[in-house]
Ligand binder design. Structure first.
Ligand SMILES: Cc1cc2nc3c(=O)[nH]c(=O)nc-3n(C[C@H](O)[C@H](O)[C@H](O)COP(=O)(O)OP(=O)(O)OC[C@H]3O[C@@H](n4cnc5c(N)ncnc54)[C@H](O)[C@@H]3O)c2cc1C
Length: 400
């Protein structure tokens, strides 16, 4: 959506295809980072954007074995907004879509599921499957829409279709997988009077429970060792309830709301990266190019930064004609370093969270003590999470 907004703003004709009928889904984070708020300011949208209901998190805290530990202090960031805005992502996407529709070159096609890529017909003549020859040009996408199948021809296809990307799969771009030892159970619990007023991570003996405050309820993420959901179900609800209430005791009075396994979704966590983010006529960005885990809550920021870099590098060229593979590769060149750094951090965090499997349960406690003793150290995670390495700024032109 952000790439679509920026390209349309630059006068490039854009069609954004979204498979769902709306953006109202739970399975994404709610974090709008200081770097994103800075981008909104650069686009002249910040004031209007902050009128949407949100919470401002100036300090990120975790509860480690019952002790509240400040982890990241955003108050020293060199940005206008020194906080993370917590806002359901559908509000953010609807806001961007609404603003993008004001550009005459923008169109949004909801309920359009991309099912395949279209390739330059000429390349089929060599007897090669077009997708397997990297020189075969992608010329568009095929999508299933409410009124049947539709082909969209385009000078450039941008795959921003997330961690189960059909675009990178059909393009046969090789993926490098990094083992992830965790999955996430994703559910909801009601809020009560006297509950903590902000979103929190609870660490307890190598286990992690995340509560996202969504105003009238908590979105709950419970980290489990990969492949253990069946065991958890087999042990039954009493054991599951006890495990959660031990980590966050104040949930004890409502944990019985989780009384049916259909209320609990298993989200498989992945970390991977494409070796090549582009081929002729196609570029992948965001999770489609590099699936991020929820660790650190930075995947949304990275996807948005990719979007800005893409528009900065390609908007002017796209306005006048097609872009070459070398042009597309510039995006990977620009964004790969931040992605590598953050994925490395996520792999490190996973090893620590998975402490119950590896037996290193004391590690997080030690890190917690360090953050309590040396407040200035909280600026490091604040920078990493709030800005990320190599923050982008809007340089793509505005045609309107
Ligand atoms: C449980 C969980 C919690 C997370 N929490 C956070 C967090 O708090 N903060 C954070 O920064 N990151 C978080 N992340 C990571 C973050 O969700 C991703 O890194 C980020 O959403 C990537 O953005 P994206 O735009 O590339 O992909 P997505 O946000 O996945 O968006 C892809 C879009 O493409 C659409 N789509 C998919 N396939 C098709 C198709 N075939 N045709 C048409 N449309 C299609 C989807 O419906 C979706 O709208 C979390 C991840 C998980 C798994």
């Amino acid at each position: 959506m952000m790439t679509g907004y920026l390209l349309a703003r630059a006068g490039v004709e854009v069609a954004v295809l979204e498979k769902h009928a709306d953006f109202n889904r739970d399975f994404r984070g709610d974090t709008i980072h200081p770097s994103t708020l800075e981008l909104m300011h650069e686009l002249g949208l910040l004031e209007e954007f902050l009128k949407l209901p949100h919470q401002e998190l100036r300090e990120l805290r975790a509860v480690m074995n019952g002790h509240v530990v400040p982890i990241a202090d955003f108050s020293h960031l060199p940005t206008r907004c020194k906080f993370i805005a917590f806002m359901p992502q559908w509000d953010f996407l609807n806001f961007l879509a609404e603003r993008a529709k004001r550009f005459p070159t923008f169109s949004l096609h909801m309920e359009h599921r991309v099912t395949d890529l279209l390739f330059d017909a000429g390349t089929e003549l060599d007897g090669l499957k077009p997708s397997s020859s990297r020189s075969a040009r992608v010329t568009g996408v095929r999508a299933t829409a409410p009124d049947g199948e539709r082909d969209f021809l385009s000078a450039l296809v941008i795959g921003a279709d997330g961690r189960h990307s059909i675009v990178h799969e059909r393009a046969e771009l090789p993926v490098q997988e990094f083992g992830v030892p965790i999955d996430v159970l994703w559910t909801r619990l009601s809020k009560r009077e006297g509950d903590p007023k902000q979103s929190l991570g609870f660490f307890q003996g190598g286990k992690l429970l995340v509560l996202l405050d969504r105003d009238d309820y908590f979105q709950v993420g419970f980290i489990i060792p990969k492949g253990t959901f069946d065991d958890i179900r087999a042990r039954g609800f009493p054991a599951f309830h006890a495990e959660i209430a031990e980590i966050a005791p104040f949930l004890h009075d409502r944990i019985a709301e989780l009384d049916d396994w259909s209320k609990i979704k298993l989200l498989t966590v992945q970390i991977n990266r494409l070796r090549h983010w582009a081929r002729e006529g196609l570029l992948c960005i965001g999770d489609s190019a590099h699936a991020m885990s929820p660790a650190g809550g930075v995947g949304i920021n990275l996807a948005l930064q990719d979007a800005v870099a893409t528009a900065n590098l390609l908007a002017t060229k796209l306005r006048t004609g097609p872009v070459s593979l070398a042009d597309l590769e510039q995006v990977q060149k620009r964004r790969e370093m931040p992605v590598r750094l953050i994925q490395r951090m996520q792999v490190f965090v996973h090893r620590r969270i998975n402490g119950r499997a590896s037996g290193r349960r004391d590690k997080l406690q030690f890190i917690g003590r360090i953050f309590r003793w040396f407040p200035f150290l909280r600026r490091i995670p604040a920078r990493f999470i709030g800005l990320g390495p190599r923050p982008e700024h809007i340089h793509s032109p505005s045609a309107f």
